[in-house]
Design a protein around this ligand. Structure first.
Ligand SMILES: Nc1ncnc2c1ncn2[C@@H]1O[C@H](COP(=O)(O)OP(=O)(O)OP(=O)(O)O)[C@@H](O)[C@H]1O
Ligand SMILES: [Mg+2]
Length: 237
């Protein structure tokens, strides 16, 4: 196995940075998005579930922020709010320039369309983000080639390994050059070896593309290996 370069996320004072510590970036031009005192309730006819509260976070442009926390602490909910799929109950999400940038989202569940080939899944992502048919065809081919999948363009998701499906999903998400890439436990279902490989590929892609990434995981080691900042979420008491 290739030796991995591990960047230490440990603060100079010897502790993992916590959400509150993100305040140090306050007001800096390099901040892409700031989450201020966010809370979100899921309401049904009979009850209300508080999914997240008191979330404060700043994400620097070009950074790879790893968010780690136990199951049910609200990691996916936070990403949904950042993507604009859920509205906060209170608090706010402020993007630089006042508008939500172009966002790529690798959902927690496999989100490739099973009736489309790898190539046509990436083409669709590009078409939905404004590419013409011809542009989408050529860019999708290049995106798959980038992840070593050129021989699998015509394969359907069921004909790909779990790791390959994740690579196609990443190719979809990066193909249209998002300003912010949200990744929700993308590698949790993979074996340890494939996971390490994909983590390395992600770090390479991140360095090449310069995209700001928020990577959610429940695995502290993964968070520490990948993130240049690690944010720890805990369950609401
Ligand atoms: N659509 C929903 N309706 C009601 N409650 C919800 C809904 N989605 C999530 N919740 C609740 O919100 C809380 C946070 O859920 P969320 O999925 O964000 O957690 P998570 O940290 O992503 O967990 P996991 O690591 O298992 O994916 C949980 O208590 C969950 O039951
Ligand atoms: Mg989740």
């Amino acid at each position: 196995m290739r030796p991995r370069k591990r960047r230490s996320p440990i603060h100079k004072d010897g502790v993992l940075p916590r959400i509150a510590d993100a305040q140090q970036l306050n007001g800096s031009a390099s901040v892409l998005v700031e989450v201020r005192n966010l809370a979100l309730d899921f309401k049904s006819r009979t009850d209300t579930t508080r999914a997240v509260e008191s979330i404060n976070l700043e994400v620097a442009t070009g950074s790879l922020t790893a968010i780690v926390g136990p199951s049910g602490c609200g990691k996916s909910t936070l990403l949904h709010v950042l993507a604009g799929l859920l509205q906060p109950t209170s608090g706010e999400v402020v993007f630089r320039g006042g508008t939500r940038p172009k966002i790529g989202y690798m959902f927690q569940q496999d989100s490739l369309l099973p009736w489309r080939t790898a190539l046509s899944n990436v083409e669709l992502a590009l078409r939905l983000n404004g590419a013409s048919r011809a542009e989408a065809r050529s860019m999708a081919g290049k995106a798959l080639q980038h992840f070593g999948l050129e021989s699998f363009e015509r394969h359907f998701p069921r004909q790909l390994s779990g790791g390959m499906r994740k690579r196609v999903a990443l190719a979809c998400a990066l193909s249209y050059h998002p300003d912010l890439l949200l990744m929700d436990e993308p590698y949790s279902s993979l074996d340890a070896q494939t996971r390490l490989l994909l983590q390395d590929e992600l770090l390479t892609a991140w360095k090449e593309a310069g995209t700001t990434i928020i990577f959610v995981t429940h695995d502290l080691e993964e968070a520490v290996c990948l993130g240049d900042k690690v944010v720890i979420m805990s369950m609401i008491r």
